[in-house]
Design a protein around this ligand. Structure first.
Ligand code: UD1
Ligand code: MG
Length: 481
């Protein structure tokens, strides 16, 4: 059932969040790669409302720009309303709806610190509110341990009468296990009127949004509760332990939906996937893997074990083993790892390879080219089907500036080649082992740089007499003679 009334949604994000014990505002702590307030605003967006209002206050110099950034990701613009002093949730809502004075219809109020709330639940609340003809509907939930929550007080015949805060509740009321989730649907006109009637005559000396319910009821409006099917969705984050458990629950959901979409995830518990990651079908993820940011994994790719990929694009059929990578592209059927460090702007072509103990940065490596062992490749372009020998270094930094190396196609460089940039190596060229390439190498040339090898016979026995090396040398000579 879809709500037949226009909706506006007010997200409260002005509170201090002192229990986080953090210099970062609570709502900017992240789970699943998105700040808490981002989760709340994405859920709000899913409701397709006429307006989204975020109420900011505490540390708004940090919170406001973050909300602007999230607003840019959404289909609806987020209006920000400032609550100058945190005088309670009632005051916060009053500040929020002051930003949309013309609005008529249903106002949904939700909190920035409830990151697991699904848009569907907000839709169900709005629909049940309209269907019941209520002026106020509280989203309630049952809690085995209701400590700290506002209790839903009902009459003998089950009508919702009031919400009483934990700190204001009588011993009898404290036994109630149906509690206020902090999420409501209000008729805009009734809400505007009732907010004027609030007072701070309570244990916390604050203006409580929860009091609107009783005020509306006494004025003859219909009030009610809609009980959430899954109370886990309404878990609030107030401290770091709750942040971690909400993060785990969110991850469980993301990993689960990746599996339902056709990915094989060997160990869901040790696999962490941000909400912004995309994973195609027939992908395999091995244990201990984190896929973060805007990472995307194409069909038939295999990632892990023990890999962390941030903003990485992994092509179909690629294999990425024990790799730490950022902001880069791994081509179709490419091979990476184990123990590979991929830094920003690496573009690994189709079927190309970055092997063990290789570090790359700002490097375009063409189709079928290989950098198999123990190499640093930075600020470089490599053509197709070339092979870079083990233990090579692209010497890109002269202490002041970075320089570029160009390697052609079908090039084969020997082990321990140093490319002193800026330098160009033509198509089909070869280098000998241990070559230091300072000047351009023409296509098809073999480049060698060391002088002729010289053996100084008997040097060890003469200069290092009595050492194990000298003794070993003597024994070897005896065997020959
Ligand atoms: C509130 C409810 C309680 C409910 C609980 C659910 C009230 C009076 N109580 O209590 O019934 O069970 O949530 O979690 O509403 N905020 C502002 N400005 C303020 C005060 C708060 O924006 O001046 C924001 C906070 O940032 C937070 C939300 O409102 O997002 C809730 O405030 P909080 O102080 O956490 O209320 P609770 O005591 O948890
Ligand atoms: Mg709270």
């Amino acid at each position: 059932m879809v709500a037949t009334q226009p909706c506006a949604i007010v997200v409260l994000a002005a509170g201090a969040g002192t229990r986080m014990k953090s210099k970062t505002p609570k709502t900017l702590h992240s789970i699943g790669g998105r700040p808490l307030v981002g989760h709340a605003l994405h859920a709000a967006d899913g409701l397709d409302p006429v307006h989204i209002v975020a109420v900011v206050g505490h540390q708004r110099e940090l919170v406001s720009p973050a909300i602007d950034a999230i607003s840019a990701e959404l289909t609806h613009e987020v209006i920000q309303a400032v609550q100058p002093e945190q005088q309670g949730t009632g005051d916060a809502v009053a500040c929020g709806i002051a930003a949309i004075p013309e609005f008529k219809g249903t106002v949904i109020v939700t909190n920035a610190d409830v990151p697991l709330l699904r848009p569907q639940t907000l839709q169900d609340l709005a629909a049940s509110h309209v269907e019941a003809g209520n002026a106020v509907t509280v989203l309630s939930m049952r809690q085995e341990d209701p400590t700290g929550y506002g209790r839903i007080i009902r009459t003998a015949d089950g009508q919702v009468e009031a919400i009483v805060e934990h700190k204001d509740a009588s011993p009898q009321q404290l036994l109630v296990d149906e509690v206020n989730s902090g999420v409501f649907a209000f008729d805009a006109a009734v809400l505007r009127h009732a907010l004027k009637e609030l007072n701070s005559d309570n244990a916390q000396g604050e203006l409580y949004i929860t009091d609107v319910l009783e005020i509306a009821r006494k004025e003859g409006h219909k009030v009610g509760a809609y009980t959430a099917k899954d109370p886990a969705e309404l878990a609030g984050v107030n401290d770091r332990a709750q942040l971690a458990s909400a993060g785990r629950e969110l991850n469980r959901r993301v990993v689960h939906s990746a599996m339902l979409a056709g990915a094989t995830i060997i160990d869901p518990e040790s696999t962490w996937i941000d909400v912004t990651v995309t994973i195609a079908s027939d992908v395999t993820i091995y244990p201990g893997t984190q896929l973060l940011g805007t990472t995307s994994i194409a069909e038939d790719a295999e990632v892990g074990p023990d890999s962390t990929l941030t903003n990485m694009q992994v092509g179909s059929g690629a294999k990425v083993v024990r790799t730490h990578g950022f902001d880069s592209v791994i081509g179709t059927n490419a091979n990476v790892g184990p123990f590979t460090y991929i830094r920003p702007h690496t573009l690994l072509g189709e079927g190309a390879k970055l092997g063990g103990f290789v570090e790359s940065k700002n490097a375009q490596i063409g189709r079928g080219s290989k950098v198999p062992h123990l190499t640093y490749i930075g600020d470089a372009t490599v053509g197709e089907e070339s092979n870079i020998g083990a233990s090579s270094v692209f010497v890109n930094y002269d202490g002041v500036n970075k320089h570029h190396t160009n390697i052609g196609s079908h090039v084969r460089t020997g082990s321990d080649t140093m490319f002193i940039a800026p330098v160009n190596v033509g198509d089909g060229a070869y280098s000998g082992a241990g070559t230091v390439i300072k000047d351009d190498v023409p296509a098809g040339a073999l480049v060698v740089s060391g002088g002729k090898q010289r053996n100084i016979e008997g040097w060890v026995q003469k200069k290092r007499p009595g050492t194990p090396a000298a003794e070993a040398a003597a024994r070897a000579q005896e065997n020959i003679e």
